[in-house]
Design a protein around this ligand. Structure first.
Ligand code: E4P
Length: 221
């Protein structure tokens, strides 16, 4: 199971990378603006800084919505580094662009997927990754696990037809959802720092360690 961090914060990316937790990164325009990254050159430089930290794929999202503009922007992004994956929204022009990029051997991540049918179309167009947003779907449906059910359906469909497009579970809200993604068998999860780090912790680990150290001290101090 591959982990990516959903962040544009270089300190967070470094910290989880140093733990060996993640191989790649996903970003989006909201995450970039949270880091105060603005202006074309600054944005391109920031993507390069992220690529310099991690060993795997780094998703960089286009802000264009018209086919010709998406192609131009996608080429610029993919020229930054071999690790860049062009992140394209699930809209008609986006789908057409994904098909174009697939033919030109440029990796893509189809984002803002909220249904198995959208995931299927992205796979048919040749997307490298599809990003189903589970947290936002739960929020919208006002029901927990709606997002996980969508992931499960996408996994079944992709397995039925041996699609090579990878399922990248996105919009993760907590650590337990990461475990559930593993049970479903998605290829990759992308999660924020605040959902990745608690995976390390268990109260019994802390209690057990405290007792081990206290018992050691009894005989050795
Ligand atoms: C995916 O690649 C997106 O960046 C992300 O997972 C969106 O998550 P959010 O719903 O927490 O904003």
């Amino acid at each position: 199971m591959i982990f990516f961090i959903d962040s544009a914060n270089l300190n967070e990316i470094r910290q989880v990378n140093d733990l060996g937790l993640i191989s790649g990164v996903t970003t989006n325009p909201s995450l970039m603006s949270k880091e105060d990254v603005a202006g074309k050159n600054e944005i391109l430089d920031h993507y390069q800084d992220i690529c310099d930290i991690v060993s795997g794929d780094v998703s960089a999202e286009v802000i264009s919505t018209q086919f010709d503009d998406i192609i131009k922007e996608g080429h610029q992004l993919s020229e930054i580094d071999k690790k860049i994956v062009v992140k394209v929204p699930m809209i008609e022009d986006g789908l057409k662009a994904i098909y174009y990029f697939a033919k030109n051997k440029i990796k893509t991540n189809c984002t803002l997927i909220f249904s198995p049918s959208q995931a299927l179309l992205a796979a048919k167009a040749g997307a490298t990754y599809v990003s189903p947003f589970i947290g936002r779907l739960d929020d919208w449906a006002k029901q927990e696990n709606t997002g996980l059910a969508m992931l499960s359906d996408i996994k079944t469909i992709f397995d039925n037809y041996n699609y090579t497009t990878k399922i990248l579970a996105a919009s993760i809200r907590n650590s337990q959802q990461i475990v559930e993604c593993g049970k479903i068998g998605v290829d990759v999860i992308t999660a924020p720092f605040t959902s990745l780090m608690p995976l390390i912790k268990h109260p019994l680990t802390d209690l057990g360690l405290k007792k081990f150290l206290a018992d050691y001290k009894k005989n050795n101090l």
